[in-house]
Write a protein that binds this ligand. Structure first.
Ligand code: MLT
Length: 206
């Protein structure tokens, strides 16, 4: 299916063949678009419905999901605004297509907006696979993620996400009651085969 713009984001929607599986909300990294993670979605969740929006913020022409002031330094007001916008879009898409709450699969900037959405609008997501995520908000309000399944995959050699930052994110989710798994892979910021295998196994259990 091709890109459409009839809801509040430009997005791709691919109906799945396995109706019992949760849909995936695919969230690309900086400079990506709605097409980027479609093949990954098919690989890690064969037969699942895919919903893949394009980030609305442009940084030097590159789409992202929220503004940043520098690498790893986020405009937190914009993070809040954009996470709410994304959660509203999920609601629109659920109504338009009759979908269950999706599991977010986000990479890099896409993982960070998913991380923020979990903290601010947890009802929008059934769970999340966060690939190279960071803490998106310095002072998040307490939230209830009781039993929400979250897989965090970090890279041991990631130059953008310090190990302590990913650990802080995981502990935020644990404190909120989420069912979190965290794996640190022998990888950098880019994805590896191990990310795909682990995400696929984890998604099959949801
Ligand atoms: C972000 O801005 O979300 C992170 O620095 C990752 C990136 O997109 O480069």
């Amino acid at each position: 299916m091709t890109t459409v713009a009839r809801l509040s984001f430009t997005y791709r929607y691919e109906p799945g063949s396995e109706t019992g599986r949760p849909p995936l909300l695919l969230l690309h990294g900086t400079g990506g678009d709605e097409n980027d993670l479609i093949s990954l979605g098919h690989l890690i969740a064969p037969g699942s419905t895919l919903l893949s929006p394009r980030g609305k913020v442009l940084e030097g022409g590159m789409p992202r999901f929220f503004r940043r002031l520098a690498e790893g330094v986020f405009d937190e007001d914009d993070v809040r605004r954009r996470a709410n916008e994304l959660a509203d879009f999920v609601g629109e898409a659920r109504e338009a297509y009759g979908l269950a709450a999706p599991i977010a699969v986000g990479f890099s900037n896409g993982a960070n907006i998913a991380a923020a959405t979990l903290l601010l609008r947890p009802e929008a997501l059934a769970g999340a696979v966060l690939l190279r995520a960071m803490v998106p908000l310095s002072q998040p309000a307490a939230t209830n993620l009781h039993g929400k399944p979250i897989l965090v995959l970090s890279g041991a050699m990631d130059p953008m996400v310090p190990a302590t930052n990913a650990e802080r994110l995981v502990s935020l989710y644990k404190t909120a009651g989420a069912d979190v798994q965290h794996r640190i892979l022998p990888a950098g910021h880019e994805l590896s085969q191990a990310d795909i295998a682990l995400a696929k196994t984890w998604l099959a259990q949801q």
